[in-house]
Design a protein. Structure first.
Lengths: 362, 362
């Protein structure tokens, strides 16, 4: 089936571009001594997670217990939940999952560590726990230094838990546009991670893993000498927001592999056309989608199920029924809107991959 | 089961508030001679559509053929697709659906009218078509007046179509905050609708229905003397954006019935806590969610799976594991993220209603 025959809106994945992205990431980390553990919250797809592992990743990350369950059920054997897990039901499910796969989790609170220990005991398992430290994003995470050491001690002293290291992710640094500012943010994060790791090791506790990084900064964490695991996610797909980052000389370039295919459903004026893809087809939290390879045609406004295109004077206007590719503003929440990736190679449909963990937000 | 036992994030529907909203809308249109055809794109739920019809609605609207299919399969007998439908596959499905239910559709293009006619002929059915006119929103829709008359003539002359009237929806007027400006926008829309209706009737073509309106303006269309059908959707739920509209004296007040239940998963600092509900749990296209009945606690930042709360000095901070209700910024795309409404009455779970047409965007 040709791409043009696919009904719209559809989430389209260019397999050639995806495979080049996987290879470029594998090449980028090769020989660095840094393990790659890509973030599966971007794709929520066991098929892609397995491809990442086949390309050298040690496992994947995800954010939710339900995502971890879906990925493990899809054949992924090693999942780190890069999040705090709170509440009896979720803790019991997390502990149950440890029977089936290698599953790690974060903590930033002593009471939560006690709850994790109890859940592990009830299930008769041992859960791997990393301490999340706040390295500048001011979201979750305990303060680096002494507070983190105290929490590491508690984990190490819990019979049913294993202290596995530090989670030091600087989320807001990923989308800082200028390389110099990204460098400064990650240098500060690495310093906090180093300080905390040193303190913990001096206390006689092994600090096996220091993990963090995303698509915008992973080369910096890789070079830091303190991070030994990185968790970029968006590199498999890219999006309009990441495309606005200024990329550094010598960094691997990733290609746009993810698109929303949309149809022109109305062409009421020479300077305006309307696509059948709005807010429910492409997430706009990081800006509007961009029209792929159609200069002079701009996606100007989204409502629930409509996308209004502005057509510059002198541009050949898209015609009614024409199909266009959109580059989503933000890949992660856009993928979460769909049940399937329509996988294409040279505009021919080759496979349908389920978004295994679509909507798995609990 | 008590609401507090529901795992999070969850989409919560307060049935008492929902029922009061349904009643208030029924009361508002009673005796006006205007038919109520609520928009089901807000809830995508056959259960709610049937409740709206039981409360006096003549049927519902939706935006997509796939939504119409899901609603008809869920027992709704009268659906108006308030959108242009373009492409062979969709047109064939639309025509097929006419065998099972009363289904109408819009057109704003002569070529599309020919395609609709061909699809109806192929299926051996007659499709009801309304002409969409642009009354100020500048999205889809043909120009009012002569161009609309020409299109109505074409529909009326098509053997397998029936001209059913005008669609005159002013989308952008719904969220205009000030009553006077909303009044002006709908007065202008009504004038365009009147002019076009008169032209069509003078040409000897019956113009049965003039439909439009949303939750922000329906009292104005109802009073216009030209609209005889209204299609408000959000009134069943309300949201943070609609709550920012200044409501007019004497208009029915709708209550917030839709919430996202979220858990505090991290409380790392006295002025900050983090919820397990981010972009993938509550759409932020019309602004961030609001924390329900917790003054001093503000939802300040959303990432994929985290919501950062800012806690004012002197406010009792939410504790780890505490569950809070959020008012979504925009109800329609938030509902589309979930598979179920958790329906509660006085904080007890009474039912689970499927979001029948979740993700039905094609």
């Amino acid at each position: 089936m040709a791409l043009d025959e696919v009904d719209t809106p559809a989430l389209v994945l260019d397999l050639d571009a995806l495979e080049r992205n996987l290879q470029r990431m594998a090449d980028a980390v090769k020989g660095s001594g840094v393990r790659l553990r890509p973030h599966a919250k971007s794709h929520k797809c066991a098929e892609i997670a397995r491809a990442q592992i086949a390309a050298g990743a040690v496992g994947v990350c995800c954010q939710k217990v339900s995502e971890a369950e879906a990925l493990v059920a899809g054949g992924v054997a090693d999942v780190l939940v890069t999040n705090e897990i709170v509440g009896k039901q979720k803790l019991a499910r997390l502990a149950r999952l440890v029977r089936q796969a290698k599953v790690g989790v974060l903590a930033d609170d002593a009471g939560n560590v006690a709850d994790l220990d109890a859940a592990a005991r009830a299930e008769g398992v041992r859960i791997e726990v990393l301490v999340e430290i706040d390295v500048g994003a001011h979201r979750c995470g305990i303060e680096p230094g002494e507070p983190a050491l105290a929490l590491a001690r508690r984990i190490a002293a819990s019979r049913n838990l294993r202290f596995a290291g530090l989670h030091a992710y600087h989320g807001s640094a990923q989308h800082v546009r200028a390389p110099a500012q990204r460098r400064a943010a990650i240098a500060a994060a690495a310093e906090k991670a180093t300080l905390t790791k040193t303190l913990i090791e001096r206390a006689g506790i092994a600090c096996e893993t220091v993990t963090g990084a995303g698509t915008g900064t992973f080369m910096l964490e890789s070079a830091s000498r303190v991070y030994n695991e990185i968790q970029p996610g968006s590199y498999v797909f890219m999006d309009a927001d990441y495309n606005r980052n200024v990329w550094e000389e010598g960094w691997p370039r990733f290609e746009q592999s993810l698109f929303v295919l949309a149809t022109v459903m109305s062409a009421p004026a020479p300077d305006r056309a309307v696509l059948d893809a709005g807010l429910k087809a492409s997430s706009v939290d990081s800006g509007l989608p961009q029209v792929h390879e159609r200069p002079g045609v701009e996606y100007a406004k989204a409502s629930d199920e409509h996308g209004v295109l502005k057509i510059s004077a002198g541009t050949m206007a898209p015609t009614l029924g024409e199909k266009l590719l959109l580059v989503p503003g933000h890949c992660d929440p856009t993928v979460n809107l769909y049940n399937w990736f329509v996988c294409v190679r040279k505009r021919k449909v080759e496979a349908l991959w389920p978004v295994t963990a679509r909507g798995a937000v609990w």
